[in-house]
Design a protein around this ligand. Structure first.
Ligand code: CP
Length: 320
């Protein structure tokens, strides 16, 4: 038997930009192998026994933090959740001093979320182990894009050639950026639908089509990915009112009828019901993939942890 080629050999997962299609496919294929075991009574493996994973979240999270913790535990790793609100960060300790302190305890991998774009990259340069970006500012949220890709691939059988509409607050969304990169790399067609105030500059150069009329933008789409309106990141008047935003850009059945008849709906969560998405559409089990996205997030994070910690053991990677 020949030796299996390994495509994803990086030390860190800081973003989707720059990844090659076989690297993404390899992570998705590995994640696929965990979906059934995660549904079974016996979910545990010992592939990462003896390894340590630290979750360091400077911003709130329900899905990402919980699924990384579950993923690490299901692979047999020891997991620590650093609570920023009760840590010495509250006494003024800097990001880098915090990272160096945790690094001295020899974690194999740190999962980091931070409000500043680029902060996770900076931290990765200071520690010995692997680092996964769990969301940095407006920049990237790579494991969200990977779980979205796995959800689409399992529902539609492929990524290449699909028309995917990403709708809403694109300006403030790291989820949108990571998804634009991944969908482009994998050969899907990306449409962005939002008011002018919520479209960042430079997105057309990223290979997307931009629409300000939602009905027009949804025509012929296979996937409708809604984004959360991120009021906490908005300074200034981005929206006339929530009511008006829903009227023009909130997903309801009437607007959805412009997409393909078998179009499926996604949302990374947390959702603002009645703002970017109508509740009945979000909860429609025939059309909405939102529950599957959360479920598959655990499998994707298991694959990322396994791959990155495995890569530390390769010569020249300088493990923890
Ligand atoms: N989608 C996402 O990142 O959700 P959380 O903020 O709950 O982790």
């Amino acid at each position: 038997m020949g030796v299996k080629i390994q495509y994803f050999t990086r030390k860190h997962l800081l973003g989707i930009a720059g990844l090659e299609p076989p690297e993404i496919s390899e992570l998705l294929d590995l994640a696929d192998t965990y979906v059934e075991s995660n549904r079974s009574p016996n979910k545990k493996f010992d592939k990462l026994r003896g390894r340590t994973v630290i979750n360091l979240f400077f911003e709130n999270s329900t899905r990402t933090r919980t699924s990384f913790e579950l993923a690490a535990k299901r692979l047999g790793a020891d997991t620590i959740n650093m609570s920023v609100s009760t840590s010495s960060i509250k006494k003024g300790e800097t990001l880098i001093d915090t990272a160096m302190t945790l690094n001295a305890m020899h974690p194999d991998l740190m999962v980091v979320r931070h409000g500043d774009s680029g902060a996770v990259q900076l931290l990765s340069e200071k520690v010995n182990g692997a680092v996964i970006n769990a969301g940095d500012g407006y920049h990237e949220h790579p494991t969200q894009a990977l779980l979205d890709a796995l959800t689409i691939r399992r529902s539609k059988g492929r990524l290449g050639g699909l028309k995917v509409a990403i709708c809403g607050d694109i300006q403030h969304s790291r989820v949108a950026r990571s998804n634009i990169h991944l969908l482009n790399i994998m050969g899907a067609h990306v449409r962005l639908i939002a008011p002018r105030t919520l479209i960042p500059s430079g997105v057309r150069e990223m290979g997307t089509e931009v629409f300000h009329d939602m009905r027009e933008g949804l025509k012929g789409c296979d996937i409708v990915m809604m984004l959360r309106i991120q009021q906490e990141r908005m300074q200034g008047n981005y929206l006339p009112s929530v009511r008006e935003f829903f009227h023009f850009y909130g997903l309801d059945y009437e607007k959805l009828s412009n997409a393909k008849p078998d179009a499926l709906i996604m949302h990374p969560g947390p959702m603002n019901r009645g703002v970017e998405i109508d509740s009945t559409v979000a909860d429609d089990l025939d059309r909405s993939l939102i529950r599957q996205q959360v479920e598959l997030g655990v499998a994707v994070r298991m694959a990322c942890l396994e791959k990155l910690i495995g890569n530390l053991d390769q010569p020249g990677q300088g493990g923890a």
